[in-house]
Design a protein around this ligand. Structure first.
Ligand SMILES: NC(=O)c1ccc[n+]([C@@H]2O[C@H](COP(=O)([O-])OP(=O)(O)OC[C@H]3O[C@@H](n4cnc5c(N)ncnc54)[C@H](OP(=O)(O)O)[C@@H]3O)[C@@H](O)[C@H]2O)c1
Length: 300
């Protein structure tokens, strides 16, 4: 297989490059920055490309795995739309002849209600709490409408070595030895190991799954928010414990400070169940999920 990977300098894209290279695939890695660490991208050929514009001379590939995005819940709206929607349009237009595997997000499910073992048809919805989720939902629709042979993957809460998003964002809410978290810690959450997601991307690039285009991707079983947070903190060597703040208490502040760290999106993610049904990926893509395990041990 020959694949192109966008966002290769990032957390997920790097894992996809390494997994594809380890499988003996020919990989062209794309990132925005001028150069990339060869180890991060599995020794793949690297090219710099800002997806704010179309690529002039795309390599011949069988599939493109599109991981590039502005992965922020407090980003500037114009930049998030430019990268996540217009950028996706440019990726599809630059590789018109091959399958597009679009790495989307579980954030496309309804933020106003608990996500309970959500099935793929339950998104998109009419309203979102931030521009990131809205742009990810719009990009999915674009890829499904105009992409040739598109596959959309929806991971949730991706974790693992080299995490640029989940853990760093959590640590912004560290106050001494206390991690401030909305809610009670008891809701269930589907976590996604980055290596499992990378394997799912390779399956999505290679496997024909007629009739279904969108797949949730997560670990084999949900865990509680509290268990996940303790495991993430332990894996990072951070001596801290979660301290829970009632959502009803935080919500008025989140309305006044919509771009604060404990914003409405963050409250909706932590204070409610966010679990995904992964049956379709298992049955139709041959996805094999593992349990949620954190490097350096579990939460117990
Ligand atoms: N991490 C999670 O928990 C999570 C959960 C659900 C879904 N996802 C999805 O997974 C995908 C990857 O996320 P990630 O965690 O790997 O994010 P990340 O580490 O921040 O990586 C983002 C990548 O996108 C590239 N990029 C950003 N703007 C670009 C532009 N204008 N042109 C070209 N490349 C650009 C970056 O390139 P440079 O670094 O070279 O600038 C980087 O390679 C995203 O689509 C995200 O929505 C992530």
């Amino acid at each position: 297989m020959r694949i192109a990977v966008t966002g290769a300098t990032g957390f997920v894209g790097g894992a996809v490059c390494r997994a594809a290279a380890a499988a003996g695939w020919e990989v062209t890695a794309f990132g925005r920055r001028a150069t990339a660490d060869p180890g991060h991208i599995g020794g793949a050929r690297y090219r710099s490309w800002d997806i704010g514009g179309k690529l002039d001379d795309p390599p011949g590939v069988d599939a493109v795995v599109h991981c590039a995005a502005s992965a922020t819940d407090t980003g500037v709206a114009r930049e998030v739309w430019r990268t996540n929607l217009l950028g996706t349009h440019h990726v599809v237009a630059s590789f018109p002849g091959c399958r597009v595997v679009h790495v989307s997000s579980g954030s496309v499910y309804d933020p106003y209600r608990p996500t309970v073992r959500a099935k793929e048809h339950e998104a998109p919805v009419r309203r979102y709490l931030n521009v990131y989720a809205a742009a990810k939902a719009a990009a999915e629709q674009l890829v499904l409408a105009v992409g040739r042979d598109p596959v959309v993957l929806r991971p949730h809460a991706v974790y693992g070595a080299g995490d640029t998003t989940l853990l760093p964002r959590l640590l912004e809410n560290l106050r001494g030895t206390r991690l401030l978290v909305p809610g009670t810690g008891t809701p269930l959450v589907s976590m996604t190991n980055v290596d499992s997601l990378a394997r799912a991307c390779l399956l999505a690039a290679a496997v024909a799954a007629p009739g279904q285009r969108v797949f949730n991707i997560a670990d084999s079983a949900p865990v509680t928010i509290d268990w996940a947070l303790r495991g993430l903190l332990a894996s990072a060597g951070v001596r801290a414990r979660p301290v829970y703040l009632p959502a009803w208490l935080l919500s008025p502040f989140a309305r006044v400070f919509p771009h604060g760290r404990l914003n409405r999106y963050v409250i909706s993610q932590f204070a409610r169940e966010r679990t995904l049904d992964i049956t379709a990926a298992i049955d139709r893509l041959g996805y094999e999920p593992g349990p949620t395990v954190f490097r350096g041990g579990c939460a117990d």
